[in-house]
Design a protein around this ligand. Structure first.
Ligand SMILES: *Cc1c(COP(=O)(O)O)cnc(C)c1O
Length: 393
């Protein structure tokens, strides 16, 4: 089989060798239940404590403020529902944005059915929220602001520090879905005034099926699942020890190599975007030019259907994504692209290319050449395009 060229790092990443190596013993040799008091159990517990330590160092909090979960979506669910139900007496209003991941949007929708009021903030053409709109949305019933650190489709980085400042000023809790930003941006929950933060290991070269949630000390958050008293009674269930060990190792590695990694991704991304702009007409670069994740590019191609583009890329061994991996299967254009004001045609013709560790400049050249060829081929089959070209003459 030909080696694939993988440009979908916002969807998931491969587990790093060093991460896997640390995880492996906990599948077999070190199989003790962390709740057991004998040696093999204590060693599992120690491994979890070490991972908790590593996570806390990475985001500048205390180890006891970190709770391990089953995935990023679960962290988001616990954060939003847990805070909503713990603060029901205080108020029923939550502020979020129109461009959140479904893990946030659908959690909010579910709360709406239970009497909570949700404000979904608009974003501008580049995906940024308006801080005045945020401040104006606050009422005496507002208990939580949940705004993503960086968007998974267009890569736009929100003004988190300023949001944290506003939340603090009005004494409202601030949660951020940080799942795309961890491993790409230096996070400091203290200086950024973040009260709750979600992360997921598989987005930064750790394993799938394990996440973490930071909850600032002293904040009451309800649990969603009954059972044993694991994770300080917030999340019942025997811990995923190998997964947690993997998450800890992955976040440590990510933070150690952050600068170098960033520089590499920025180079590949900017090279890609500039070449595409030069070689393919009738396109639009989505998201913010500078306030964006180092590895993210999102481009709309006029007269093209994103799905056809993906299938043709796949035939060449290239993995990328349209609007959102999470909306695959539905035919709707991405809610994020519509929120930044794209017309439906452009939203349907979008391609997300997200770079990562194993990508090389040669890979990117192959991607560019393939895209130039495929886009022309598809356009030549589009009646709208042919009509457009005819009228141009
Ligand atoms: C991937 C992702 C999630 C979901 O994380 P899982 O671990 O896959 O459940 C949530 N929010 C954002 C922004 C993501 O990119």
């Amino acid at each position: 089989m030909e080696k694939i060229k993988y440009f979908d790092h916002a969807a998931t990443t491969a587990v790093k060798e060093e991460v896997l190596k640390e995880m492996l013993p906990y599948f077999s040799l070190e199989y003790g239940n962390p709740s057991s008091i004998y040696g093999i159990g204590r060693r599992s517990k120690k491994a979890i404590d070490e991972a908790r330590n590593r996570v806390s160092i990475a985001i500048n909090c205390k180890p006891r403020e970190i709770y391990f979960t089953g995935c990023g979506s679960e962290s988001d669910n616990i954060a939003i529902k847990g805070i909503a139900y713990a603060n029901r007496e205080k108020g029923n209003h939550i502020i979020t944005t129109k461009i959140e991941h479904p893990a946030i949007l659908n959690t909010c929708k579910s709360l709406e059915k239970d009497g909570f009021k949700i404000t979904y903030l608009n974003v501008d053409n580049e995906g940024l929220i308006d801080l005045h709109e945020l401040e104006n949305a606050i009422t005496k019933n507002t208990i939580l602001i949940s705004i993503m650190f960086a968007n998974n489709e267009i890569g736009t980085i929100e003004p988190i520090r300023e949001i944290g400042y506003i939340a603090k000023k009005y004494n409202i809790l601030f949660h951020t879905d940080c799942i795309q930003a961890i491993g790409n941006i230096n996070i400091d929950v203290n200086s950024m005034n973040i009260d709750l933060l979600s992360m997921s290991a598989h987005k930064f070269y750790g394993p799938k099926g394990v996440g973490a949630l930071y909850i600032k000390n002293g904040i009451k958050c309800n649990k969603l699942q009954d059972g044993g008293h694991q994770e300080k009674d917030l999340r019942a269930g025997t811990e995923n020890v190998p997964g947690i060990v993997g998450l800890g190792k992955a976040i440590e590695l990510a933070n150690k190599n952050l600068k170098e990694y960033n520089n590499k991704l920025i180079y590949l991304r900017d090279y890609f975007i500039s070449k595409i702009e030069k070689n393919i007409p009738y396109i639009k670069i989505n998201g913010h030019r500078t306030k964006r994740l180092p590895g993210n590019s999102n481009i709309s191609f006029r007269f093209i259907d994103g799905e056809s583009l993906l299938l043709n890329l796949d035939a060449k061994g290239i993995c990328a994504s349209t609007g959102s991996a999470c909306s695959t299967g539905s035919n709707n254009p991405s809610h994020v692209l519509l929120a930044i004001g794209l017309e439906e045609e452009l939203a349907r013709g979008s391609l997300r290319v997200t770079f990562g560790d194993e990508n090389t400049k040669e890979d990117v050249d192959y991607l560019i050449d393939s895209l130039v060829e495929i886009v022309q081929k598809l356009r030549n089959m589009s009646p709208e395009y042919l009509e457009f070209e005819k009228n141009k003459l």
